[in-house]
Design a protein around this ligand. Structure first.
Ligand code: GLV
Length: 307
């Protein structure tokens, strides 16, 4: 029985070393052409390889990323567990990026970058943190970690989740009926939701209208959640003041797309948070040990819910 590492060589080296040390009885293979499909017990991959049904003994598919929307349920046999990546590197990088983005919007960084290009030396009005209401769409593990990083700045914090949750020091909203009051009190909106049927296209014109005038967006969820034209329209109308966008649909955006040169948008190429091989290998090894002990892996996806 083997673990199929279906990713790049660089990461593969780190994983192979860790596996040899921690799980010497589970060979890690990168090329399965020499192996009987029945030997494949676990797969680590970014997207589902075709013909997954031929791996009749497959138990767990580990996603390389935190997102699992790329695994369509029809190609993943129902008895196979799907596990999203939960590892310290992803968490830390998301904390860094969102903190960077919130502070950049809070302190009007994009305006100063523009002024510098025009040799303008001039202050822009700024609110105090206690008046800058930050709201996070999503209350999963990444959102929780981001909230902890943002707390010391003193922004009034709120979060919205699908089902009811409580987090100390955070005004929590939930469900369809909680969305409007959550948006209405949010000056900087952070989208950290997984992509599901319910969240596809969620960041649309209506949602932007519900935010208070001058609000800003940090988008680190998934590209398909954002209506690009609606964002540009809300920024151009002056209703929204800025956006920092790390994920788009498609990726990359075509060269003529309006986000590239928009004076109120900072665009980054899906780099907010990237799986780090050392910590990811540790997380996957830990999950294999849990699986062998009959425990659920950490990050097990609810296939019904989609995350
Ligand atoms: C990146 O977007 C990930 O899913 O880890």
């Amino acid at each position: 029985m083997v673990f199929w590492f279906n990713s790049d060589r660089e990461r593969g080296r780190v994983f192979a070393e860790a596996f040899a040390r921690e799980l010497p009885d589970l060979p890690l293979v990168t090329d399965i052409s020499e192996h009987d499909p029945d030997e494949i017990l676990y797969i680590l991959t970014w997207t589902a390889p075709p013909d997954l049904h031929r791996f009749r003994n497959l138990k767990v598919v580990f996603s390389i990323g935190a997102g699992v929307d790329q695994f369509k349920s029809e190609i993943l046999p129902p008895k196979v567990m799907l596990v999203r990546m939960v590892e310290d590197g992803i968490i830390r990088m998301m904390q860094e990026y969102v903190t960077l983005a919130v502070l950049a919007l809070h302190r009007k960084l994009k305006a100063y970058v523009g002024q510098q290009a025009d040799a303008v030396w001039q202050s822009v009005p700024v609110r105090q943190a206690a008046e800058q209401r930050v709201g996070i769409l999503g209350l999963g593990m990444l959102a929780g970690a981001v909230i902890e990083r943002l707390k010391p700045f003193g922004f009034p914090l709120a979060a919205w989740s699908r089902s009811e949750r409580q987090v100390e020091g955070v005004e929590c909203y939930h469900g369809q009926e909680g969305l409007t009051p959550f948006l209405a009190r949010t000056d900087i909106l952070i989208c950290l939701l997984p992509l599901t049927q319910e969240t596809e296209g969620l960041l649309d014109a209506r949602l932007f209208e519900t935010l208070p005038a001058g609000a800003a967006l940090v988008h680190v969820g998934r590209g398909a959640q954002l209506d690009h034209d609606a964002l540009i329209a809300a920024l151009d109308a002056g209703h929204l003041s800025g956006a920092i966008v790390d994920v788009t649909e498609p990726e990359p955006l075509p060269p003529e797309h309006g986000f590239w040169r928009h004076p109120k948008i900072i665009l980054t190429p899906h780099i907010a948070s990237v799986t780090q091989p050392e910590t990811a290998a540790r997380a996957v090894i830990n999950n294999i040990k849990r699986h062998r002990d009959g425990l659920d892996p950490i990050g097990l996806v609810d296939r019904e819910r989609g995350y």
